[in-house]
Write a protein that binds this ligand. Structure first.
Ligand code: SF4
Length: 271
């Protein structure tokens, strides 16, 4: 059966679902997590895989063909490889990717590829070990380098590096990442540090995020809220409304462009 196509009220085709599978992370990046840590969701608040699959089934039947698994850090979610395998089996899914900080990729890359994951975006804000420790508060960059290598050799390609910048890609850390990408045949995308409360964001340099005119996405948070937009406080609970109604309401509530989001934090939205 031919999949439908889904359009929002601004006639943008919505074919991309970003799924946050956890609010937990094995890093504490300064632009994402407050120093004092965060109030994490309880186990019961986190969607089970069958609940996630109910949303995915309905979204794919309505025309979603691109899915990205995010977090927190998705690889800290137990059984995430099984979830990938369940999604990869769906006929309508043409692009199945993951955004990860890469620290656990050496352990999971081959299993993810075998489960049907197609490609990965890996967070890398610098190649300097001391700066990396400073930005992530606790990170060991050697695990990141090994994770990138494992992703490339497992064939989770193209590997794209997500590099967060303050203002421009000319910043020293960004230039290090750019050179590393060139030396290793990888793509790099520069993402301006965003602020949900003030509504500050810019289009992704080298990617298609943050360009509201071409917005094609919805988000599912790890506690089951379908978000029409990253920069909106609106959200529709799949546990309260059911997946089909929550999806429809989120589609109808998509704004022309992002505003402010005073409800969520990045670590539970998956960027
Ligand atoms: S800010 Fe909202 S409308 Fe704009 S690209 Fe992001 S999700 Fe889409």
């Amino acid at each position: 059966m031919e999949a439908q196509s889904m359009y929002d009220s601004f006639n943008r085709r919505i074919n991309y679902l970003r799924i946050s599978v956890t609010d937990r992370c094995n890093l504490r990046c300064r632009y994402c997590m407050p120093a004092e840590g965060v109030q994490l969701l309880s186990h019961d608040e986190i969607l089970r895989f069958d609940e996630i699959m109910e949303v995915v089934d309905i979204a794919v039947a309505r025309g979603v063909d691109k899915i990205r698994i995010t977090g927190g850090e998705p690889l800290v979610r137990k059984g995430v490889v099984e979830l990938i395998a369940m999604i990869a089996k769906l006929e309508g899914v043409k692009d199945l990717g993951m955004t990860t900080n890469g620290l656990l990729l050496e352990q999971y890359a081959v299993a993810l590829k075998e489960a049907g994951l197609m490609r990965v975006n890996i967070s890398m804000d610098t190649t300097d070990p001391d700066r990396y420790r400073e930005i992530t508060r606790i990170g060991d960059i050697s695990l990141l380098f090994r994770g990138i290598k494992a992703a490339v050799s497992a064939g989770l390609t193209p590997v794209k590096l997500n590099c967060v910048i303050k203002k421009t890609p000319e910043e020293p850390d960004a230039q290090l990442v750019k050179r590393f990408a060139e030396d290793n045949g990888l793509q790099v995308r520069f993402i301006h540090e965003m602020n949900l409360e003030t509504g500050y964001f810019r289009p992704v340099i080298g990617g298609d995020g943050g360009d509201c005119k071409k917005c094609n996405r919805l988000r599912l948070t790890s506690n089951g809220i379908i978000k029409p937009c990253l920069f909106s406080s609106d959200g529709f609970s799949v546990r309260e409304l059911g997946a089909a109604i929550a999806l429809e309401k989120a589609l109808r509530a998509k704004p022309k462009s992002g505003g402010v989001n005073s409800r969520d934090e990045f670590y539970n939205l998956g960027g």
